[in-house]
Ligand binder design. Sequence first.
Ligand code: MN
Length: 359
Amino acid sequence: MGERAVTHELKTGGDRGYLRIATEEAFATEEQMDAILRLVREGKADKGTKSLWGFYGTSSSERTTFIRERLLDLGPLRIQAMDETGIDKALLALTSPGVQSIHDVEEAKGIARRANDHLKAACEKYPDRFHGMIAICPQDAEWSAEELKRGKEELGFHGVQVNSHTHGHYLDEEQFDPILRACADLDLPLYIHPQGPPDDMIGGMVDAGLDGAIFGFAAETSYHAMRMLTTGVFDRYPSLQMVLGHGCEGLPFWLYRLNYMHQAGIRSRRYPRLKPQLHNLQYYLRNNVLATNSGLPFAPAIKLLIEVMGEDRVMYAMDYPYEYVPDEVRWMDDLPIGDEQKKKFFQTNAERWFKLGSA
Ligand code: MN
């Protein structure tokens, strides 16, 4: 954090002994933005979407103009930005909230499917630079399971991004089981990415200016992840990998307390929903959870993630275009970790978990 001298040039091609693969990079489609902004204009968006896209979609500030333009670009602008920051490959996903805020399920499915086709075309144009994550429409779980199959087998994509809650509902609920089963069967990592908290959680966060990426995103997404971790999901699907960005949304920092209180709650039978599981939370964090450092180029946090989760489970992400600061890449190059760990962090963990194939 703070000012530091520019230490080295940023180049693609592995001049530092590793390629840089950025694993949580966002794009949008025109029709997705139009549909979400229509909800905002018509007063039909939930409070989190209204706060997020009412701002990013309409503000004329330099930051929001940059982000809107860059989200819609899957061409030369993005490649140039990657070249200028030494990013060899980007794993791209339809930006938050995907189609999950949309009420008309048929419309939502169409937008998700066409976004997948649009991304596929970009990946074909830049096969060495772009890789795809599948967009789904959790409002229709059976359709989503089919789209996951198409995304993997026909489009050659590498995982799925779900933008946390869907109208206040969470993936551990039975209605979404076809999605979890498809991810496990197809061996697709399930990336749970934030969006604004649902109306029954957001409370005073908007008034406080804290509903977005500053705080509310992590509070809501870590809650989502804890629901997954405490309801037997990973006993039902022991091979399923759940990916969390932004430093695993803080969970590794809290792990001792989460685990202690979880075990205490099970023993005392305080909550009917919390039943004994095959393993403790530390086990699931080290066997079923992957982390990226999107938006968190912060050495103390990354070292903690590696220590708690293991060096094979922590990956680099930039969070372009929301975060685009070349110096942050330099700080990550200078992380005080071993050379082998750094190569895992920037390159080989992403290749392994997302099956990107080595270059
Ligand atoms: Mn992101």
